[in-house]
Design a protein around this ligand. Structure first.
Ligand code: PGA
Length: 265
């Protein structure tokens, strides 16, 4: 596939990406109701790429509830690097693609911390995602101890380099990096916008230094307690190309409000 063809198939096109990571919430039945409520809440003409990222069991329910003219797409929370095989409990890239996904989260800190995903696993998963035309959302972020030790940029830089190790340049179109400080996730304590800007700028500089044009094309979004109270501060910054949202995305009205803020920022 040519780079142009790949870009057209996987790249996001709007100024900002708002991705709602449902984590382990909502049954398939609840998911269908969510889609109906979210559609009602979302104002017409919202100018943002929007992803609903439900658990695997609700992917089909969201796809069925979705209409062709809906302004949101579907993503997955994780994938296995093999296309198929004896991997009990795992889901592969081709399965996600067939389920209607266009993107997949890779290396979320909960996967790293609770399920033991290493940087090498993250790298294998990222390569599998691009192989199957799923836009990767690569998560990086430091722990509170690493932040306090002044190691944030070093930690996220290492995660970035290892995550993208040996990935062909032409496969990186459509890449999104989600900077998610571990201490900000699910705590109600979002990072400071200026600090986020500094980390994003360092990630972009690293991308540009090592992968050239990819650095300019990649989206760098922020995640960690983004809410209707603080989202406008983040979306007001040119360094912050959107948000990966946990808790607030489970409320259809709140998530629609975030999408509206992202559109008008
Ligand atoms: P949060 O989760 O918005 O609940 O902090 C963000 C995430 O884990 O992606």
């Amino acid at each position: 596939m040519t780079e142009e063809a790949r870009r057209t198939r996987t790249a996001f096109v709007k100024p900002r990406l708002i991705a709602g990571n449902w984590k382990m919430h909502l049954t398939a039945t609840e998911a269908a109701a969510f889609v109906r409520a979210f559609r009602r809440a979302l104002p017409p003409g919202v100018d943002a790429d929007i992803l609903l990222i439900p658990p695997f069991t609700a992917l089909d329910a969201v796809r069925r509830a979705r209409r062709d003219d809906d302004a949101f797409g579907l993503g997955a929370q994780d994938l296995h690097w093999e296309p198929e095989g004896a991997y009990t409990g795992a889901v592969s890239g081709p399965m996600l693609k067939d389920a209607g996904c266009r993107a997949v989260i890779i290396g979320h800190s909960e996967r790293r911390r609770l399920f033991g995903d290493t940087d090498a696993d993250v790298n294998r998963k990222l390569k599998a995602a691009v192989r199957h035309d799923l836009a990767p959302i690569l998560c990086v972020g430091e722990t509170p101890e690493e932040r306090d030790a002044g190691r944030t940029e070093q930690v996220v830089g290492t995660q970035l380099r290892r995550g993208l190790h040996d990935v062909a340049l032409d496969q990186l179109a459509g890449l999104t990096i989600a900077y998610e400080p571990v201490w900000a996730i699910g705590t109600g304590q979002a990072a400071d916008v200026r600090q986020v800007e500094a980390v994003h700028a360092s990630l972009r500089a690293m991308l540009t230094a090592e992968w050239g044009a990819v650095g300019g094309d990649a989206r760098i979004i922020y995640g960690g307690s983004v809410s209707t109270h603080n989202a406008r501060d983040f979306f007001g910054s040119p360094e912050i190309n959107g948000a990966l949202v946990g808790k607030t995305c489970l409320d259809p009205d709140g998530f629609a409000t975030l999408c509206q803020f992202a559109s008008s920022a």
